[in-house]
Ligand binder design. Structure first.
Ligand SMILES: Nc1nc2c(c(=O)[nH]1)N[C@H]1C(S)=C(S)[C@@H](COP(=O)(O)O)O[C@H]1N2
Ligand SMILES: [Mo]
Length: 336
């Protein structure tokens, strides 16, 4: 199976690394080809064994390692956020509300076997198991900005497949207007689902939703990896949504169900605080959170704690060209 490496957004690879290196890397990828799904599975078994010795979570390579170069790009405006920060600073309340907790408390989270069930208003309901997640659709690398509603952001090299492909395979009926997503509910594995204090008072399972045209937008990604490897559990293994033009809470993790529905589905943060978190949650510097400004954000980079990384927030997180049309005529203050 072919793994494409593209960034269809305006967050181009040429922004995150030197143009010459970028062009050179593309050539290398073409020349060497990629590991197919078969070798992914073979290598995951092997690397799982090796990693177990070190007591680390068993991540496997999704790309042939030599074909990828994540060497630091330097201080460019859209430098990739270092892997250690993407995997060490998380929001995943099922594993605690503190940023450092998911990396600690999700280490033994079981992601294989897994089942993602596609159901509802579709002609072709189906289920994807762990292996299917990596073999059914073509995988691509997408470098996207991730903007949390808390006003910090990262630049993440995700690996995944187009949500549109998953939708097409399901053959939605004419009644399918929205997609309702659901995270695993397993309090024995997710301590935040057992304790209201640890889990931030959320009624689990975590649920999210998209309008069907949003789900079909080419930018909407189902991610199974980052930095060339399978997702670590704290980032939403084995499969999570990435909607780069919306606040991070829309990008639901560790998904077990996607149901096609006729009416707008309830969503976790909107239930918790409806005046603070809307259904749409498009990144919008002109509409402040009731308790803080959304005009700027702290970009998490390789810089230290006191690095000057405050940058202006862009409408639709900088993806307006690809997504603004979907909201034409809508009052984005009302539909925040
Ligand atoms: N199931 C679930 N999904 C979730 C969350 C969560 O608490 N539970 N947090 C969301 C929020 S607020 C953000 S900013 C992103 C963070 O993704 P990351 O940890 O990979 O950076 O995940 C989102 N998806
Ligand atoms: Mo967030």
């Amino acid at each position: 199976m072919l793994i494409k490496r593209i960034s269809p957004s305006d967050c181009k690879e040429s922004d995150v690394t030197d143009e010459r290196i970028y062009l050179g890397r593309r050539e290398i990828i073409k020349a060497m080809g990629f590991f197919g799904a078969g070798s992914l599975l073979a290598s995951s078994a092997a690397s799982a064994g090796i990693l177990d010795i070190f007591g680390e979570q068993p991540q496997s390579n999704l790309f042939q390692q030599s074909a990828l170069d994540y060497s630091p790009a330097g201080a460019s405006a859209e430098e990739l956020t270092p892997e250690a920060k993407i995997t060490g600073h998380n929001n995943f309340y099922e594993f605690g509300v503190e940023k450092h907790q998911p990396a600690e408390l999700a280490q033994s989270f079981k992601v294989n076997p897994w089942q993602l069930k596609i159901s509802g208003e579709v002609e072709n309901p189906y289920t994807l198991d762990y292996d299917d997640l990596h073999t059914t659709f073509s995988l691509e690398e997408r470098i996207y900005r991730l903007r949390c509603v808390e006003a910090w952001s990262m630049v993440v090299p995700w690996i995944g497949f187009s949500l549109a492909e998953l939708v097409k395979k399901a053959k939605p009926t004419s009644r399918a207007k929205y997609l309702a997503f659901e995270t695993l509910y397993d309090p024995d594995q997710m301590p935040g689902q057992k304790s209201r204090r640890l889990g931030g008072g959320i009624d689990y399972p975590y649920i999210e939703g998209l309008r069907i045209d949003e789900a079909m937008n080419p930018l909407a990604l189902m991610s199974v990896g980052l930095y060339g490897k399978t997702l670590p559990p704290q980032n939403g293994a084995p499969v999570r949504l990435v909607v780069p033009w919306k606040y991070g809470f829309k990008s639901i993790k560790s998904i077990v169900g996607i149901k096609f529905v006729e009416r707008r589905p309830p969503t976790t943060w909107n239930i918790l605080a409806p005046n603070e978190y809307g259904f749409y949650a498009n990144v919008n510097p002109a509409v402040d959170h009731p308790r803080w400004s959304q005009a700027s954000e702290r970009r998490i980079t390789s810089g230290g704690l006191f690095a000057q990384n405050r940058i202006p927030t862009l409408p639709f997180n900088g993806y307006g060209e690809q997504v603004a049309e979907m909201y034409r005529g809508m009052n984005l203050r009302k539909y925040y």
